[in-house]
Ligand binder design. Structure first.
Ligand SMILES: [Zn+2]
Length: 410
């Protein structure tokens, strides 16, 4: 009562002082949906290369046009390395704690930590993950599972079914859901990569998912026909693109695009009464950057941009949607260069790529690489929607967890 009186008194005082707001006083917009998008390996140089290539000197990527921007540092708490891998990076987002490389949402002693995926479920939200990597790869895994070993992808799949139960699971990695000898929809030892083949140690997890009520889809047509969740969609043995040395079979050709999978996930999750939490990842940026393959990396960045365009349009027509776009670390030690300069980093695997055209210009740029691994460069973070303003400034990657956990509370 006192509080109410005070507020009335404050409004009266404001009117008398001539400072009353024209609009009635209302609280900040509530967060209903959270869409978190990871460009794996995407830092400032990758975004600038994509801007020049897809938008030109005076253009802007949609992912860069989100109204709030900041920077994240990415270093892990690892006894052997100052540079993060995707597992420790995603664990920082998903749990708010720094950990060692290879760890999936466990602390430095290996103890499991609460994840945002589980916290979103506990808050009554539907949850989902979409990736061009294996659905059990480090980034999605950190949001929905706990393990000291990121490579135990069959155990991560089992945890999805038995514990975190995401309502939508779309991506690659069928090999980890089936035991050896059960090829599934994607044949073992395919010509383009004979190393692929079913290798799960947890039984037939696709059957287990179906028994549990998941609709299982493995083709674009089946995905298009799925009208309600939960849905498990696996569209390849491993990643949804082909990793190989440059010119020796490297291909970015997902059978279902990241934007298509994301659009379907949004359709399926939108029915949730209390909103949803969705993690989206473009993995090709990182993996092609590991191979210092500029042309393929730019293709993956183009798909990432298309996906952000779709998500931003969704947010514009669905009030209460917080969208966050960032990367888990930089990959390749990438520099955007004048094509006229020499190749300072040598001509081995790190040879410069290019020249690539700047859209709408006669000028071109080269992409030069300094490592086949990750680097410690900061990553940009851009955001739109309620609570997005909190991403302004420079923060450790663990800060993402703080903001998203608060956002889960509305
Ligand atoms: Zn990587």
């Amino acid at each position: 009562m006192l509080r109410r009186y005070s507020r009335v008194a404050a409004v009266v005082a404001a009117v008398l002082a001539g400072t009353a707001l024209i609009k009635p006083v209302s609280g900040p917009e509530k967060v209903r949906n959270i869409i978190f998008i990871n460009g794996d390996g995407m830092a400032a140089a990758q975004r600038e290369a994509a801007r020049l290539y897809y938008a030109g000197f005076d253009g802007q990527l949609i992912m860069d046009s989100l109204p709030v921007s900041g920077q994240l540092t990415t270093s892990p708490h690892d006894p052997h390395s100052p540079i993060t891998d995707s597992a420790a990076g995603a664990s920082a987002w998903a749990t708010g704690q720094k950990t060692f490389n290879g760890a999936v949402s466990v602390d430095v002693d290996g103890k499991p930590l609460p994840t945002l995926g589980a916290q979103a479920k506990a808050a009554g939200k539907a949850t989902g993950l979409v990736t061009t990597a294996q659905v059990t790869d480090a980034t999605p895994a950190a949001f929905f599972a706990n393990t000291s070993n990121r490579y135990a992808q069959d155990d991560i799949a089992r945890q999805y079914l038995q514990h975190s139960k995401p309502d939508v699971i779309l991506g690659g990695g069928e090999d980890w859901w089936l035991p050896a000898g059960t090829p599934g929809a994607y044949p073992d030892q395919p010509a383009e990569d004979p190393a692929e083949g079913s290798r799960g140690s947890q039984g037939n997890l696709i059957s287990a998912a179906q028994t549990q009520g998941y609709r299982y889809v493995s083709t674009p047509a089946q995905l298009a026909a799925a009208r309600s969740g939960p849905v498990l969609g696996l569209f390849g043995n491993e990643e949804l693109f082909q990793i190989a040395s440059e010119g020796q079979g490297d291909k970015y050709d997902p059978p279902v695009s990241l934007a298509t999978m994301t659009g379907k996930a949004l359709d399926l999750l939108s029915g949730s009464r209390k909103g949803f939490f969705l993690v989206v990842e473009e993995e090709g940026i990182d993996e092609f950057a590991h191979y210092n393959n500029g042309a393929r990396m730019l293709q993956a960045l183009g798909e990432m941009e298309k996906t952000v365009r779709l998500v931003r349009a969704y947010a514009a027509s669905h009030p209460g949607t917080l969208v966050v776009v960032t990367g888990d670390h930089e990959t390749g030690g990438l520099v955007v260069e004048d094509p006229g300069t020499g190749d300072e980093s040598g001509d081995g695997v790190s040879a410069e790529d290019g020249p690539f055209p700047v859209k709408g210009s006669d000028l071109t740029f080269n992409l030069d690489w300094t490592t086949g691994g990750h680097s410690g460069s900061d990553v940009p973070v851009t955001a739109i929607g309620p609570r997005s303003e909190r991403f302004t400034g420079k923060h450790p990657n663990t800060y993402v967890h703080q903001v998203l956990l608060d956002a889960l509370k509305g």
